[in-house]
Design a protein around this ligand. Structure first.
Ligand SMILES: O=C(O)CCC(=O)C(=O)O
Ligand SMILES: [Fe+2]
Length: 301
């Protein structure tokens, strides 16, 4: 039981070889459009959000039942669990809008989520060699393609570090939307990911990149160690909305000994924060853990 949507043997093999797998369908486009219209409105009221008033809108699954239902949806969780094991926590969700004219997201890799101005947000305590201990499901709320900034991945790069994600660098929002050395609008939402390159002369081979053009309601899953980024939005009228939902096994400590963190120039207090146990049980007791919202509270919304 509880394995209905797990990865097939072929999908698992593909994942371990490439560091990502998908796309998969969570909702049909019409259903996604309906949910998205409602979610978009609900996002505007952050009174009960974990980080009220923050423009980052992290972790809105903690106050929005419609999003809580997505992070605990077996179509996502069973696939994530095929890699992370039977006991899984949702630890972070993040919005990634790309408006017409916005820069692409620089190629990057992560695992501990130091995020340029802090300490590790997640730390494993029972890691197994070669098995990822963090996974993301990136969900397209609208149709995405290379013209409006779809995601791209570099297959097989999850086994080699090309960047030092633990380095702290300055937040420089004024540099957003600048051209990179290849003449493409690219950056990292106000950080310069190039500064994290282990070899400063390293230039990712774009010819090996795979575009993740997703229809509204589709998602793909990846370990953040797999180099990923996105195209710039070169359209004049199509905003790309993506939602990244991040998971860890229960042995991982989340925000250990931290009561706040800094990111994108904001100071976020963890007073209202909690992980959500989306599958299995938590015998480690490392983290503040909540159960997913009851479907009845979702239906009542
Ligand atoms: O949506 C994007 O452009 C970047 C997303 C990303 O880097 C992530 O989900 O880890
Ligand atoms: Fe990322």
């Amino acid at each position: 039981m509880g394995k209905q949507f797990q990865l097939t043997k072929e999908e698992l093999e593909f994942f371990y070889k490439n560091g990502y797998v998908g796309p998969f369908t969570l909702f049909e486009p019409e259903e996604m459009a309906e949910i998205w219209e409602e979610v978009r409105m609900d996002l505007l009221d952050s009174t009960n959000a974990p980080f009220p008033g923050s423009k980052l809108n992290y972790d809105r699954h903690l106050d929005m039942p419609s999003l809580n239902a997505i992070i605990s949806n077996p179509k996502i969780v069973d696939k994530i669990s095929s890699i992370l094991g039977p006991n899984v926590l949702s630890w972070r969700t993040e919005w990634f809008p790309k408006y017409p004219g916005d820069e692409g997201t620089d190629w990057h890799q992560a695992e501990s989520f130091v995020e340029f101005e802090g300490t590790e947000k997640i730390e494993p305590t029972a890691q197994e060699e070669g098995v990822p201990w963090e996974m993301t499901a990136w969900i397209a709320m609208v149709d995405t393609d290379p013209s409006n900034g779809c995601m791209k991945v570099m297959p097989g790069t999850h086994r080699t570090w090309f960047f030092d994600e633990k380095k702290n660098i300055k937040y420089e929002p004024e540099k957003m939307n600048e051209l990179n050395t290849q003449g493409i609008k690219s950056g990292f939402f106000g950080y310069d990911y190039d500064e994290l390159k282990l070899d400063p002369t390293f230039v990712p081979d774009e010819s090996k990149a795979v575009d993740m053009a997703l229809k509204a309601g589709q998602f793909f899953i990846f370990t953040s160690r797999c180099m990923h980024g996105s195209h710039p939005n070169t359209t004049t009228d199509s905003t790309r909305f993506g939602w990244a939902t991040r998971f860890v096994p229960t042995h991982v400590k989340v925000y250990a000994d931290q009561d706040s963190f800094q990111h994108f120039g904001e100071h976020l207090d963890l007073g209202r924060y909690s992980t959500v146990l989306v599958k299995g049980e938590d015998t480690y007791k490392h983290n503040r853990v909540r159960m997913p919202m009851e479907p009845s509270s979702i239906a009542a919304e």
